[in-house]
Design a protein around this ligand. Structure first.
Ligand code: PGA
Length: 241
């Protein structure tokens, strides 16, 4: 299972220190999954900071260039200096801020070239979900368009936009049907690799077990449910039971 925490624009450096100390108390639990954390961009730490715990640090976003005149952006040179080789691309909150498919693709291609592990997010808005599964699949295909599904360090996160930061995740049936359809789609394009597929959207300790047991769910991308390190550990525990 891949259990990833997307901290978004939350938690200060001081909080991350506490986060790490809390995780340190449960190393065997952490060791039993592939745990990843995406801290706020201004709080990215040198990866050596996490070297004594089995936790990978990733970037929530980055510009598709080494460095240069891109005000407010972060490039691969700085990420590599920090030892960061994992990146989230295409999160719906980034797409909302203007990352269109072309830009997501440019980021994907650039970071693929550098060999980064890429967590690539897809997810439909509510009005598409209301049209049914086949409309959802058509929409998700447009977000996958151009993405190299043969890339061995690719992880895909399915996050229905309407379930992010909501009171409820998507239903078990919705997650199950969408994941199975996505898995079939991926398999048709690349039969040689079972591309890890995460679910994201209102995952919490009290629903993590049920979601993690759905066929086709290889892990979870968690926002608010992982802001508290105890909850993050609790979610990991639930997925193991
Ligand atoms: P949420 O966010 O868990 O707060 O719904 C998930 C995400 O946006 O990755």
């Amino acid at each position: 299972m891949i259990i990833a925490a997307n901290l978004k624009m939350n938690l200060k450096r001081k909080d991350l220190q506490h986060y790490k100390e809390t995780l340190q108390t449960q190393l065997s639990l952490l060791n039993s999954v592939d745990a990843v954390i995406f801290p706020n961009m201004a709080c990215l730490l040198d990866s050596s900071y996490f070297q004594d715990i089995p936790l990978t640090q990733g970037a929530q976003n980055a510009y598709p260039a080494k460095n240069g005149a891109y005000t407010g952006e972060i490039g691969s040179e700085i990420l590599e200096e920090l030892g960061i080789r994992t990146i989230l691309i295409g999160h719906s909150e980034r797409r909302e801020l203007g990352d269109n498919q072309e830009f997501c693709l440019a980021k994907f291609t650039y970071y693929q070239e550098l060999g980064f592990r890429i967590f690539y997010c897809i997810g439909e808005p509510l009005h598409i979900r209301k049209k049914g599964l086949s409309a959802v699949m058509d929409f998700l295909q447009t977000q996958i368009s151009g993405i190299d599904l043969h890339y061995p360090s690719l992880v895909i996160a399915y996050e229905p936009i309407w379930a992010i930061g909501a009171t409820q995740p998507a239903s078990i049936e919705e997650i199950s049907a969408t994941h199975l359809n996505l898995k079939n789609l991926f398999r048709n394009i690349n039969p040689t690799r079972d591309i890890p597929l995460l679910y994201g959207g209102s995952v919490k300790a009290d629903n993590a077990r049920e979601i993690s047991q759905i066929n086709g769910v290889d892990g979870m991308l968690i926002g608010s449910g992982a802001l508290n390190p105890q909850n993050f550990l609790h979610i990991i525990k639930e997925t193991l039971e």
